[in-house]
Each structure stands twice: as structure tokens, then as C-alpha cells.
Design a protein around this ligand. Structure first.
Ligand code: ZN
Ligand code: ZN
Length: 170
């Protein structure tokens, strides 16, 4: 009579043991990105941009092929770096919105870009929202805490421009 009872408890103990071993553990959240509401998205777009934009060599090849000045490529990467830094600096102070500062480019994107603002969280999904939009583009982004600055602007959703497009300044 006692043997089946002991056997039953041994089985019960074993099941309990298995549950403890295999129960899914609570997800570990990376603490480094866990300091505020928007913190989870605050990963620098630098690495993503490196993958998604053409390399310097690729651009140089293109510029040589069409007989344009190679300095266009340096300028492109300098402005890109400035804009990445603006985002990274903004992440330290918790910037959520950016406004665009347009250049003298006459293309549809650049000439109207100051009508738009950019949300920090949109950068994660769509790095094409970070200027330069094409070779020769000198547009910049500036982080802002001033809500009145973006009130009159529209949120940017996409940029219709390819890096190979070179426009004349107006
Ligand atoms: Zn342009
Ligand atoms: Zn531009």
C-alpha cells in the first residue's frame, strides 16, 4: 500500500523538478538601452547606414564614370557623418524630433525638405530619411526640443531620391 504512494510522490517531485528547469526565463532586457521611454530605439543608425548606403569606393567609381568632381563623395560622407553625430548627440540628451535644414539643391526633396520634421524612432526603420539624400546634397538635420518648431511641419514618411542623382544648385 505504501509503495505506490511513495512512487507517486517521486513522480510528482520529478515533474516539479522538470518544470523548474524548463520554465521559460524572463527575457533579459539590455540595460544600456533601458533608460527612458524611447530608450529602446536609441541605437545609433551608424552601422545600419554602413550596410544600406554605398561605400566610398562605389561612389567614387560612379563619379569618375560620369566625369563629375570626386570631392562630391568626400562632401557626401562628411555631411552624413555630421548628421549621424547630431543623432548620437541627441540620444544623449533625449532628443525625439529633428528638423531639416535645406541646402540650395533644386531637387524636389531638398527644396521642400524644411517643410518636414523627423521623429527619432522613424530613423530606426528608415535610414533613408537621414541626409544627404544624393551626391551633392548638403541638407542637415538638427535635433530640437521646441514643439513650436515642428507644429507647422509635416512628419516625413519617405524620401524619393537616389544617391546617384546629382542636381545643380539653384
Ligand atoms: Zn537635392
Ligand atoms: Zn539636399
Amino acid at each position: 500500500m505504501l509503495a505506490p504512494l511513495i512512487f507517486f510522490f517521486i513522480i510528482l517531485f520529478f515533474i516539479g523538478f522538470l518544470v523548474i528547469i524548463f520554465l521559460p526565463k524572463e527575457e533579459e532586457t539590455p540595460k544600456i538601452y533601458h533608460s527612458g521611454t524611447y530608450s529602446i530605439i536609441r541605437v545609433s543608425p551608424r552601422e545600419k547606414l554602413k550596410k544600406e548606403r554605398p561605400s566610398k569606393d562605389e561612389m567614387l567609381d560612379f563619379v569618375r564614370k560620369i566625369g563629375k568632381d570626386e570631392s562630391l563623395v568626400d562632401e557626401y560622407f562628411n555631411i552624413l557623418e555630421e548628421n549621424i553625430k547630431e543623432i548620437e548627440e541627441g540620444d544623449k540628451s533625449g532628443v525625439v524630433f529633428f528638423v531639416y535644414e535645406k541646402d540650395n539643391c533644386s531637387c524636389e526633396t531638398c527644396k521642400n525638405i524644411d517643410n518636414y520634421y523627423l521623429r527619432r524612432r522613424d530613423i530606426v526603420e528608415n535610414t533613408s530619411l537621414i541626409p544627404p539624400f544624393h551626391l551633392g546634397c548638403k541638407c542637415k538635420i538638427k535635433g530640437t526640443f521646441d514643439a513650436t518648431l515642428i507644429e507647422t511641419k509635416e512628419r516625413i514618411k519617405f524620401v524619393n531620391s537616389k544617391w546617384e542623382d546629382i542636381y545643380e544648385e539653384s
